[in-house]
Design a binder for this molecule. Structure first.
Ligand code: FMN
Length: 462
């Protein structure tokens, strides 16, 4: 019996997400990203395909490293304009029942006290289907927007992130006890103040002395996704994440990242098999291989290499416009995504050049598409899971919404026939569907902040 594959529709509240240039295709609808109908339609299609969730990337800042200017990104709508992904969740939840929502939020710029309430609110409104993709960011433009000259150093962002998690765990897990809320209209008691606690935190980066503003939501702590594959990023993931989102050029590199993340998770006393690892991929599917190839050729004519280079230049922090076509890309210590720099320099089997990067950007991104008939795409996805021990995919769109519709109508039935994908949703909140229980296990650090659990950790209670 093959491993049950996890699937998220990977998207972003903007026009150009990963496959840049596709918005110019006549059947593409991404220019409607700023309407509710657009997202509600996507959510319905994803739930029809029994997808685990819609996973929304997000950036605060713009891609302005390439050619030292935001112009290439603005012309091609490469993740600018970009609207707030959190605000899409209630609308999508209103037209679905089981679909989860993994939403990226950059904790470097969000005060934990307020972010904790927003997350709890979304977990309430979705009846426990909310997940948070924890990122530390990679853009100096974001820092300048927040009043800083440049972004914090790479590893410092993760140190800050570790403490941030402590603060939100205290709020989500340690402020309101189970049973605190009574809703007792007869006696006029909404909640028992003896079971609602001020939590305090005196740390290097954060101070807090407050009661969590929200009553406990179905999952309390949202499902914790994380994206960031540098050694420091993997340490952070092994400590906090329940699901990790990775990139990877080939099976060898992916297998190494997966094995390393599971090893680090086990080293922290957590069950490595519990860690869901999702790979970034995209697919072009046809009823036949010929139809898929023709579709690919058609999409390829719309690909924007300029936007793809702007995206990768900001992800890596390297202005690729400084390079000649066949000049090997050199390793640079940048404040951006270290994993992105390493992938094309220190961890690359052979040197990357601009020519090689552009050759890979057939659909306007560094993610090489899987092209084929439904059977071929299904087999390729199953094979990669077996070869690398990943658990599933964040599937990014090409021409939308047809790329998701094609996958749901053509590939999902084949994956089900192969016994590699569910035929119905489990009941309960997102964490229950993914891991079998709505609350974080006792082996997770957040559990230490639960009332009565953390003898080692003091929570000041009035
Ligand atoms: C697969 C993947 C997806 C990511 N998605 C986002 C994102 O949507 N928004 C964002 O600000 N950062 C994103 N990041 C980057 C994270 O912010 C990360 O914390 C930071 O760049 C450091 O990455 P590193 O640990 O890989 O060096 C992503 C990283 C990876 C590997």
């Amino acid at each position: 019996m093959p491993k049950q594959i996890r699937l998220n529709a990977f998207d972003m509240n903007c026009v150009g997400h990963i496959q840049h240039g596709m918005w110019t295709h006549p059947r593409d609808r991404s220019v409607n990203y700023n309407t509710l109908e657009y997202w509600q339609n996507l959510a319905r299609v994803a739930e029809r395909g029994l997808f685990d969730g819609i996973f929304l990337a997000d950036i605060v800042g713009v891609y302005d490293v390439y050619k030292d200017s935001p112009a290439p990104s603005i012309v091609n709508a490469a993740q600018i304009p970009v609207n707030d992904p959190m605000l899409l969740v209630p609308a999508m939840a209103a037209v679905t029942t089981h679909l989860g929502f993994g939403v990226t939020a950059n904790l470097t710029y969000e005060p934990p006290y307020l972010f904790a309430r927003r997350a709890s609110t979304l977990d309430h409104l979705t009846n426990g289907r909310f997940g948070w993709n924890i990122v530390t960011g990679y853009l100096d433009s974001a820092a300048r927007g927040m009043g800083l000259p440049v972004q914090h150093d790479h590893d410092f962002r993760y140190d800050l992130a570790d403490e941030y998690m402590e603060v939100v765990y205290k709020l989500w897990e340690g402020s309101w006890e189970d049973g605190a809320v009574l809703r007792d209209k007869q006696n006029g008691v909404f909640a028992d103040p003896a079971k609602v606690h001020r939590v305090t935190h005196e740390g290097k980066h954060f101070k807090l002395d407050a009661i969590h503003l929200s009553e406990p939501s179905p999952q309390r702590t949202p499902v914790l996704y994380q994206a960031g594959s540098s050694p420091r990023g993997r340490e952070f993931a092994a400590t906090h994440a329940e699901a990790v989102f990775i990139n990877g050029p080939d099976a060898r590199a992916i297998r190494e990242i997966v094995a390393d993340i599971r090893r680090r998770t086990a080293a922290r006393g957590r069950n490595p098999a519990d860690m869901v690892i999702l790979l970034s991929r995209t697919a072009v599917v046809g009823r036949t291989r010929k139809e898929a190839q023709e579709k690919y050729e058609e999409y390829h004519r719309h690909a924007s290499v300029e936007a793809a280079l702007a995206h990768f230049a900001s992800s890596s922090g390297i202005d690729l416009s400084r390079y000649e076509l066949d000049e090997p890309i050199r390793y640079e210590q940048t404040r951006a995504m270290n994993s992105a720099v390493d992938a094309v320099t220190r961890q690359a089997a052979e040197p990357w050049t601009l020519r090689r990067l552009i050759a890979q950007m057939g659909l306007g991104s560094r993610v090489a598409p899987i092209i084929g008939s439904a059977e071929e795409v299904a087999d390729a996805l199953i094979q990669l899971v077996e070869d690398t021990d990943i658990d599933g995919y964040n599937l990014s769109r090409t021409v939308t919404p047809e790329s998701l519709e094609d996958f749901v109508d053509l590939v999902v039935p084949v994956l089900q026939e192969r016994g590699a994908f569910k035929r119905r949703y489990e009941s309960g909140p997102l964490r229950q569907k993914l891991f079998g229980a709505p609350r974080l296990p006792d082996t997770h650090p957040a559990a230490l902040y639960r009332r009565g659990a953390g003898a080692r950790r003091q929570t000041a209670a009035q």
